[in-house]
Every structure is written in C-alpha cells, then in structure tokens.
Design a protein around this ligand. Structure first.
Ligand code: Q0Z
Length: 288
C-alpha cells in the first residue's frame, strides 16, 4: 500500500492514488496484458522498467513540453504527479504503418484523414510521422477519429498545439531510440492542463513499451507484422496454446517470464544507457 494515498482509479496494469488536491500517485504493477487480456502471471520488475523509462523520457523531453512528474519514489515503480485536467484525446503519433493505421490504409488509402502514397506495405516507414488522435473509450477500444471530430473535443488552437508537440516528442524519441536499435513504430501521449488552463503538460506514461510499439531494428522487414521488442515471447507462447484470447488468459511458464523480463530490461538499458541494477538501487539515477 502506498504512503497516504486513497485509491482513485485502476488501469489494466496500473493504479492511481490521490495524495492531496494537487498531487496523484501513479503506480505501475508487474502485470502484463496481451491480446487485451491481463494474464495471471506477473513479469518481475516490469512496473519498475516502465516507470523508469517514463521518468527518463519526461526528464529528457522537458525542454519540448512540461510534464506531470514531480518525484520518483524509491520503490522505482511509483511516480508522484501534478494533478491535471486531462485533455480528452489520445494523442497518437505513427511513424510506421501498423495496427489500426495499416488496417485503415489498406481499406481506404488514408489514415485519420491523412492521404498517403499508394503501394505502402504493412509496417513500412511513413514519409512523415502522422498525428492520428483517438477518443478515450471508457471500455473497449479507442476509436480513430478525423481532425474534424477531434476539433469537436478540443478547440482548434489546442488541437494544433497537441499535434505539433506530439510530433516533436515522437520525432525526438524515435530518432534517439533508432540510434540504440529500437524502432518506436507509434506511441500514444496523454496531455493535461493546470486548473487555470494556462499551461500544457505531458501526463500519464510516456514512450514506454505499454504506450508504444517497440520493434527490434535488426529484425525490421516491411511487408509483414513486426515482432514486438518486449511481448513477442508471450504472444508466441499464447499462440502455441491455441488460447481463444478471452479472459482468463493462460499462466506463463518460467522460461517465458524470464525471457520477457530480460527484454524489458534490455529496452531500459539500451535507451537509458545505464544498468537496470543501478536503477533498482537508485531510481533517480535516470534523471540528469
Ligand atoms: C491518468 C490512469 C492509471 C488508471 C487520470 N496527472 C494526472 N492528472 C489527472 N489525471 C490523471 C493524471 Cl496522470 C489521470 N489517468 C489514466 C492511470 C490508472 C487510469 F495508473 N487517469
């Protein structure tokens, strides 16, 4: 139980607590989801890897946009955050054609109202990163929306600010990660404003494998779906069982857990350029 927090929300793999009127505590568990189902087996330290990566990116991107991080707790999985009024848009940026972006392109030649060249293949790098906002569906799946629909949720000046900041953040992170062998194919940002509505902040988690598609660059080959940097062992194991992908999911064997933990740690170490052991010893070591 976190110090002085009343529970205010649950995500699939994270919990949110109120500390006071101005501050929230975001706690990342070791739970893992695949095919949208949370599995009964945890991946040890997954929550610490994701919190450490979020903290790393918040620190490295603070000149691009302010963010909600106030403090990283010594457990390595909890972040004290500025309480914001969240913008009711999922700010998705896609650098590669995958997932619902690929599906929409294959059907219509467009992704969220952006027309694209003909003949692109699944997983291909896009000529420019695309801002493809979606709605925050309370249950089920986020829905891709057009610019016009997004303009009904936020003002047009706010939409243009979100688009510009989102693309800058993605471009910065994708270039940094590519130099370290990780393709960030796409990512989802969530933003908020202070109570006066004066300042924009990057919130939630940022540029983690749970909020993004991470692909190993050395295996990149357009024309097919790409292996996931972090979850591929879990997916392959689940596929080998013939599980119908409804709740409850299967327990994972020890070798799948160990292999998956190693991939999360590898992503952390490649991106932060420091050992995960050092992070466990001193979480603030990811901050400059
Ligand atoms: C984030 C979520 C989670 C359940 C609300 N800084 C903030 N200010 C106000 N609200 C939020 C934040 Cl991050 C906020 N969520 C998403 C996260 C569990 C829901 F860990 N909801």
């Amino acid at each position: 139980m976190p110090e002085a927090g009343t529970h205010v929300g649950s995500g699939k793999v994270r919990e949110l607590y109120a500390l006071d009127d101005e501050r929230l505590l975001l706690v990342a568990s070791d739970r893992i989801s695949t095919f949208d189902v949370v599995l009964p087996t945890e991946i040890p330290d997954k929550g610490r890897v994701l919190t450490g990566l979020s903290a790393f990116w918040f620190d490295r991107s603070q000149d691009l946009v302010e963010n909600h991080m106030l403090r990283l707790r010594s457990d390595g999985r909890s972040m004290e955050c500025r309480r914001l009024e969240m913008v009711q848009l999922e700010c998705v940026v896609r650098g590669y054609l995958s997932g619902s972006g690929w599906k929409d392109y294959a059907r219509t030649g467009e992704v969220c109202g952006h027309s694209l060249p003909k003949g692109l293949r699944e997983s291909e790098k896009l000529p420019e990163p695309l801002f493809t906002p979606s709605t925050k569906a309370a249950t089920g799946h986020d829905e891709n929306i057009t610019r016009v629909q997004a303009g009904e949720i936020v003002s047009l000046p706010m939409l243009e600010l979100l688009e510009g900041v989102s693309i800058e953040l993605y471009s910065f992170a994708a270039e940094y990660a590519a130099e370290r062998g990780i393709i960030i194919a796409d990512t989802k940002f969530e933003f908020g404003v202070d109570p006066a509505g004066e300042n924009l902040y990057l919130g939630d988690e940022a540029l983690t494998p749970d909020s993004s598609r991470f692909w190993p660059a050395d295996l990149f080959e357009p024309g097919r779906p790409q292996p996931s940097f972090d979850k591929q062992f879990v997916r392959d194991y689940c596929e080998s069982l013939g599980w119908d992908k409804t709740d409850p999911g299967p327990e994972l064997p020890d070798d799948v857990v160990a292999g998956t933990r190693a991939r999360y740690v590898e992503a952390f170490e490649r991106l932060t350029e420091q050992s995960f052991e050092r992070y466990l010893d001193d979480p603030e070591s990811v901050l400059r």
